[in-house]
Design a protein around this ligand. Structure first.
Ligand SMILES: C[S@@+](CC[C@H](N)C(=O)[O-])C[C@H]1O[C@@H](n2cnc3c(N)ncnc32)[C@H](O)[C@@H]1O
Length: 192
């Protein structure tokens, strides 16, 4: 079955490279195309569990940078010293997030899916709107934004909101994202 083969390929590759989830390849593709993360950057990772993006971002920014993640679920993989993960809900961001300033905010947040596309898309859009709101609060001017969202009715409005807040905007579908998945990544560069 092609779908199963796809999953096995990326899952096996992630295991081989010591990442807890195959989602790492989506951020890697985004990084290769858009150069979001730079050495020495402070990065905020929303929806960071089980920790693949944390580990990949940690490598990109190096030990002169720092990565802070937040998720409702804990991260159980071992993290380097310049990476921290806190348990929390982005709709009630803890002081650890609000008191700091970041060069990049990356969000791979996804709602628990219900089987209803309408509900799942609405929840994904709400998460993306919250990510953008947080970006307005914690990103340095010139900072970057990467955010997953399930494509639906509110998608263009969301892209427009990112366009208002950032100098350059792109929409990206990584090859490692299943074709059948509604997920897309909105990328904003140059926070105004
Ligand atoms: C696809 S996973 C992220 C995978 C992660 N980027 C990685 O590479 O390991 C989506 C995550 O979003 C988190 N999430 C969903 N809603 C959230 C919320 N309101 N606050 C914080 N995290 C949330 C989920 O708990 C889940 O762990």
């Amino acid at each position: 079955m092609p779908g199963k083969r796809w999953q096995d390929h990326y899952t096996r590759r992630a295991q081989r490279e010591n990442y807890p989830a195959r989602s790492v390849f989506k951020l890697r593709e985004i990084q290769q195309r858009h150069r979001i993360l730079k050495e020495g950057d402070a990065v905020l990772d929303l929806g960071c569990s089980p920790g693949s993006w944390l580990l990949y971002a940690a490598r990109c920014v190096g030990t002169s940078g720092a990565v802070l993640g937040i998720d409702r679920k804990p991260v159980s993989v071992e993290l380097p010293a310049h990476v921290e993960a806190v348990v929390g809900d982005v709709f009630e961001p803890p002081a650890a997030v609000l008191q700091r300033r970041f060069h990049a905010l990356i969000s791979d947040m996804a709602p628990d899916t219900t089987g209803s596309a309408v509900v799942d898309v609405a929840r994904s859009e709400a998460l993306a709107e919250m990510a953008l709101h947080l970006a307005g609060q914690v990103l340095h001017p010139g900072g970057s934004f990467v955010c997953k969202v399930f494509q639906g009715q509110g998608f263009q409005k969301l892209v427009q909101s990112v366009r208002t807040a950032f100098d350059a905007v792109a929409v990206f579908k990584p090859k490692s994202s299943r074709k059948a998945s509604r997920e897309l990544y909105i990328i904003g560069k140059g926070k105004r």
